[in-house]
Design a protein around this ligand. Structure first.
Ligand SMILES: [Fe+2]
Length: 308
């Protein structure tokens, strides 16, 4: 199996124009298309694929689905067989269901969110262009200087089930986990690529999203992003920028106008290797506040209570 990296996230938002403005003028994505259903497609600067984010207007915020990419077309059939063998139904999604997207398979994670796997997304090139480009996007570009969509954190009533599914069926690797005194897994951080997490799962109601995260080129770019958010009147978390103990990154959380939690961050460590052969970092539950917020060592009550 070769799930290679996150492809895109499809989000529900309650006001499409306000959400588009947020993701372009605050986060710093570029709009790359609109489809017949009115969905808006966006991409970050350092990704050639057609989109990393789809916005769909709905009565509520939350996650529609997350799509991961596989390395070879043949991996889709292999994944379909592996997911079905686990007793989970799989449906085919025709090419073009999302603008620029090839055929996909879709199934429901143990935590209730829809996950898709696909091989193809149309190439539109980097934001800087593909012929004799400047190495950096123009400094007049609106929004934070995010480079890519990096990961997401899902909520689940039994996080261990989703982590096990990702590891045992889709060959994700476990990089860090939070463990209760009885040894049960409270939260898990899994990777299919080169850095320490692509998909994480933490306690919360099934079917819900905790946050989506975008990468920045430097830790100082996190400060720059906060300046942009303050100027735009973006709703930020109670505190930050801060540092996670888990992953070690410099980070800030904030919210899109619909209430979906966003993160921009820099500094994730490399965690490539053979699945199952790299021992994960273990956080004991009593140390988790330091793992979540290394400087403050306090997890605000709202942090896990508020999901979309
Ligand atoms: Fe995150």
């Amino acid at each position: 199996m070769a799930v290679s990296r996150i492809g895109y996230i499809s989000l529900y938002v309650t006001n499409l124009d306000a959400a588009r403005r947020h993701y372009v003028e605050v986060v710093g994505l570029r709009e790359t298309g609109r489809d017949a259903h009115g969905r808006v497609y966006l991409q970050a600067a350092d990704n050639q694929d057609h989109h990393c984010l789809i916005l769909t207007e709905a009565l509520h915020a939350g996650i529609d689905h997350v799509a991961f990419k596989v390395g070879e077309v043949e991996d889709l059939a292999e994944a379909q067989a592996a997911v079905r063998a686990r007793g989970i139904a799989v449906r085919g999604v025709p090419a073009g269901d999302a603008l620029g997207a090839g055929a996909a398979i879709a199934f429901t994670l143990p935590s209730g969110q829809e996950m898709r796997l696909l091989h193809h997304l149309d190439k539109i090139g980097y934001a800087t262009g593909m012929r004799n480009p400047n190495p950096v996007p123009p400094h007049g570009k609106p929004g934070a200087r995010v480079t890519h969509l990096d990961h997401l954190l899902l909520a689940g009533e039994r996080p261990a089930d989703t982590a096990q599914f990702l590891i045992e069926v889709l060959d994700f690797n476990l990089s860090e986990q939070v463990v209760a005194p009885d040894g049960s897994v409270i939260a898990a951080f899994t990777t299919c690529g080169h850095t320490m997490h692509d998909l994480a799962i933490a306690p919360g109601p099934n079917g819900h999203l905790h946050h989506i995260a975008f990468g920045l080129e430097s830790r100082s770019d996190v400060i720059g992003a906060v300046d942009i958010m303050k100027e735009a009147g973006t709703t930020l978390m109670e505190y930050g920028p801060t540092r996670h103990g888990v992953s070690g990154v410099t980070t800030i959380y904030f919210f899109d106008p619909a209430g979906n939690r966003n993160e921009v961050y820099n500094g994730a460590y490399q965690a490539g290797g053979v699945p199952g052969l790299i021992p994960p970092i273990v956080w004991q539950a009593q140390e988790f506040p330091r793992g979540a917020f290394y400087y403050e060592s306090v997890v605000p009550e709202s942090f896990f209570a508020e999901v979309t």
